[in-house]
Design a protein around this ligand. Structure first.
Ligand code: ME8
Length: 567
């Protein structure tokens, strides 16, 4: 339709769907945040964008967690836990288009469909499965990855996850993964950005090229053992393996397999799960295009499932592959992996309550190297907040002081943004150079955001933002506008105000609510917060009320909680 053609680009970004076997933690938020910023930026640019997330509700892991929590039915257990994930998203402004649960009826239909296609095309067969199985990892391990448990006689562990494994033999359905080795390698070689970052791609390529043929993959479990799962089509004695089920969510959430295969121009997808600000339906144009433009954001723990198994399932079913798989590192806590037994799991809801959701967003993004693990230290989160208060908050408060007339400065200089400061600061090359540099940086910012967000390089992006804020502060600090004649004063204040205005507009994807309070503080009207206004001099009428007394300061100082607790 015409509406769809108006959009130059469509994108679809996903998070893993999380196991609702316990409350969400900081790591879950992190994946959602990386995706959220990407999605928000696409919308900001006027592109059509979908962002899907959700919960992975079937399988042994959930079955066991449900039992040990005293529930008689796993469905009741996940019904109780999944709202915690929805709640986390709400608190952090995670702006998804669909929250999918694998117990949603349209998803279950899709899993059946994917199975039937793979079966019809000859990629599924029944066989005998023997091997070392870990319940908590929901996976079989080869002999080489199994060791005796040094602490427990007669028990065995997986060498990597250190979880218990048991030897089992049973009848399963198998997927002919062995036929896909070469196809996957070819695809990765032809599409060097398919796995991102490059270090991850190289690692996976190496494993595929030197590891020999992939063994076929068991994709079902006997119903006697796995009670909680989707029955395999035409054979209720088996249940679908949870990963075959879970990965399929990425197709269910954009309208389903039939609409992708039939090249539908548009599909109405229903929501089964709550989201207060979205009614139960979502219109998705060209689901096949959406699938081709999909970016999966995942943690390094599940890279193999997404870079090897998932593309193989899709190829087997004759479905298009996604565009990219972005793999990120893990968050540690004070140098150690977060785990419930260590008691060092960071509760993101708690952090939001204390520091503010946007401060946590900023902190996580600023420290989000894809290649490395991040170390969470609450002291650093506190520091982030203090920096934002003392640098950005102060820049705004200073310019909004009663000594200056913002309205006049904005009116006077917005027309002439390009630029007559050389004339005004004729005899002051240092000031005029500072202004020129700042103006250049500001005008380049939109491009920098675009470039860095496209490759999920948020730390570099926020470094750019900090350098502009620092430059603007230095300009005000060193050139002392309050001691100057009006033309000079107004020019400096204009530029400092533009710094806050333009950066706040651009940072809406990063800190969606803090940026609003900055923009409210300097009286930028609601319609002028779009990308067209993220240029120097593009808004001629803001700041009118900003130096009236009694206006709220956007950031208040807060005590450092850990110190508080120690005293
Ligand atoms: O694996 N640091 O679900 P899951 C960073 N249901 N990210 C982390 C993290 C950490 N410490 N801990 C978890 C599953 N994550 C499957 C996925 S997808 C079809 C099925 C994030 O609840 C990271 O994205 O164990 C990781 O890949 C994911 O949560 C695992 O979540």
């Amino acid at each position: 339709s015409i509406v769809h053609r108006l959009y130059s680009k469509v994108s679809h970004v996903t998070t893993p769907i999380f196991y609702p076997n316990a409350k969400p933690h900081l790591g879950h938020l992190y994946s959602s945040l990386l995706s959220d910023v990407y999605h928000r930026w696409q919308l900001f640019k006027g592109n059509l964008s979908f962002f899907t997330t959700g919960t992975d509700e079937h399988g042994l892991k959930i079955q066991c967690a449900s039992e040990s929590n005293g529930f008689d039915q796993p469905k009741k257990f996940v019904d109780k836990l999944y709202p915690e994930f929805v709640q986390l998203d709400k608190i952090y402004g995670i702006n998804y288009t669909r929250f999918i649960r694998t117990t949603d009826p349209d998803h279950i239909e899709n899993v059946v469909k994917l199975w039937e296609l793979c079966l019809k095309n000859g990629y599924i067969y029944m066989g005998e499965h023997k091997g070392w199985y870990s319940i908590s990892d929901e996976t079989f391990y080869p002999e080489s990855k199994v060791i005796k448990d040094p602490k427990n006689d007669g028990k065995y562990l997986n060498t990597e996850s250190k979880n218990e494994v048991v030897y089992q033999s049973e009848t399963n359905y198998f997927f002919r993964l062995s036929l896909f080795n070469k196809k996957i390698v070819d695809h990765i070689r032809k599409n060097p950005d398919f796995i991102f970052p490059a270090s991850k791609r190289d690692q996976i390529l190496k494993e595929l090229e030197t590891g020999g043929t992939l063994p076929d993959l068991s994709i079902s479990r006997p119903s006697a053992r796995l009670k909680w799962g989707i029955p395999t089509p035409n054979d209720p004695s088996q249940k679908v393996y949870v990963w075959f089920d879970a990965l399929c969510n990425y197709l269910s959430s954009i309208g389903g397999i039939p609409s992708i295969l039939s090249n539908a121009t548009e599909v109405v997808s229903r929501h089964y799960s709550d989201k207060s600000n979205v009614k139960g339906q979502l219109l998705i144009p060209y689901p096949k295009e959406v699938q081709r433009n999909t970016i999966h954001v995942i943690g390094k723990d599940i890279a193999k499932f997404h870079t090897v198994y998932w593309p193989s399932f899709l190829l087997a079913a004759g479905l298009p592959l996604p565009r990219q798989i972005v793999v990120h590192g893990h968050w540690l806590c004070n140098g150690m992996k977060m785990s419930k037994s260590l008691g060092n799991v960071v509760d993101p809801i708690d952090m939001a309550r204390y520091y503010g959701a946007d401060i946590v967003r900023w902190f996580l993004l600023e420290n989000s190297k894809l290649e490395e693990d991040g170390d969470f230290q609450e002291a650093k989160l506190y520091e982030t907040r203090e920096l934002l208060v003392s640098k950005w908050g102060n820049l705004i408060n200073r310019c909004c002081g009663s000594k200056f007339n913002i309205e006049r400065a904005v009116m006077k200089f917005s027309d002439k943004a390009n630029f007559q400061f050389q004339e005004i600061f004729q005899n002051e090359p240092i000031v005029s150079e500072r202004i020129e540099n700042l103006a250049k940086l500001l005008n380049k910012s939109q491009e920098v955001f675009d470039e860095k967000i496209a490759i999920f390089q948020y730390p570099q992006l926020l470094r750019h933002v900090w350098s502009i804020i620092n430059d603007a502060n230095t300009l005000v600090q060193n050139s002392k506008p309050w001691e100057r004649e009006l033309d000079q004063q107004d020019n400096i204040i204009f530029l400092a105000m533009e710094t806050s205005r333009i950066l706040s507009i651009l940072c809406q994807s990063i800190i969606p609510s803090l940026s609003q309070s900055f923009l409210d503080r300097i009286d930028v009207s609601k319609e002028k917060r779009t990308i067209n206004y993220a240029r120097l001099g593009s808004d001629k009428t803001y700041g009118k009320q900003s130096n009236k007394k009694g206006r709220e300061v956007p950031l208040k100082k807060i005590p450092f909680r850990l110190q508080e607790e120690q005293t």
